[in-house]
Ligand binder design. Sequence first.
Ligand code: ACM
Ligand code: ZN
Length: 480
Amino acid sequence: MVRLPVIPCPDFVEYLGGEVQITPDFPLTITENAEGFDPEGYELKISSDGVSIRAARGAGIFYAEQTLKQLKVMGRVPCVLIKDEPAFRYRGIMLDSVRHFTELEGIKKLIDAAAMFQLIVFHLHMTDDQGWRNQTLAWQRLTEIGSKRPASEFGNENDMRKYGGYYTKQQMREIVDYCSKRHIEVVPEIDMPGHTRAILACYPELSCTGEQLSVGTKQGIYSDILCAGNDKVFDLVFDVLSEVMEIFPSKRIHIGGDEAPKKRWRECPKCQKRMKEQGLNNEEELQGWFVNRIVDFLAEHGRQAIAWNESLKSGLIKDNVVIQYWMDKKGLSQAFANNGGSIIISDFYKYYLDYPYGMTPLKKTYNFNPLIEGLNEQGKKNIFGIEATIWTEYMCDFNKLCHMTFPRAAAVAQTGWAKRGSMDCESFIEKFKALTPILKDLGITPAPESEWNPSVFSRVGTVVKFFSNALNWDMIRGRQ
Ligand code: ACM
Ligand code: ZN
């Protein structure tokens, strides 16, 4: 057994000598409102007299309890004093509920695991080309029609049966409530202006061409996006966001902004007219204008927008938006942070958990430093946090999802919390193995250890297989 099987690994540990068995009637003292703590920080003291937890707020107490729960896998626990606080304020996990739908029961298991690893944000990607997953009353066709697609054509995993699902308002409230009891904020995402084929299938008049389209069945990027020249688009977006804000009390709402091809906007008289009226020089600026309109709407309602890094191409995004970096070859995200903007890091090559372990081994995820190249001292301070993403084109059931997510999500959680000096992948692996029984009790089966860090030989095999699959080429293209 490793010395302290705790993830994230505490920053300060003092061994007090001896060990104790923590039985249900073992004395426990909890002190909230203690002074001198980070809002999420805590102190946990285990001695033969009992367990004492001190923190400024409920979150710190909750994290101390998670640490204690993990320590108990040891049986007899060493007497220790632990003091800890997170490195990053935002420590998230994103679930794509569109490409494959995770039922409430699965979400709760995932949240239990996220809470155990002291993640604080559950980002729920609820809308995309292939489906609309949040019940919407003002525009009813979104759930009636947009929640179902005629087939799923994701690489090798084609399934020509109808596929659908959505969360009712009651279920979304239940997710929020479940998370809030675990000190997790749910950040809902309504992706726009691209990745909106499910909207256009319901309301074809909102695209640039007006053509009747079906809900998307394939992965990748679709050319048809919301028409930026049509005011009715904003009526829908504002109504949808108003309903979203009613359910989700989060400080921030994610508005997507990724992978929006500009072909339709270039050819659309309404979009071109909008550009002229607004004095915009190109279609990227039109996206900036579009995003800023949504940002202002959210701000009027006391919320802040998060957007994927492509929105920065417009040059019009102000630092009232949080940018989520996933792939940015031009360094716009770093420049944004260096100039005062906040960034969440979800590096495609390290934190995209949909890629096989042969392409993204555990140690690559674990060893990644989110203070990425190109940041100056100011920029480093503006790294708001990190997030692992679970895109589900290739995760058709919950078991596969858990296999891809764990242990890599735990490695991301470790990075979100730890000071970099305390990082060591080998001891992380030993800790994760010791904690696996807790995950199994929660209903989560991680990938077997033999898959976490494949040999170079087997990694080459994975990469060759991946690239030789012509359909998977679509997937690669779809991510650029
Ligand atoms: C993304 O992967 N399109 C954010
Ligand atoms: Zn248009």
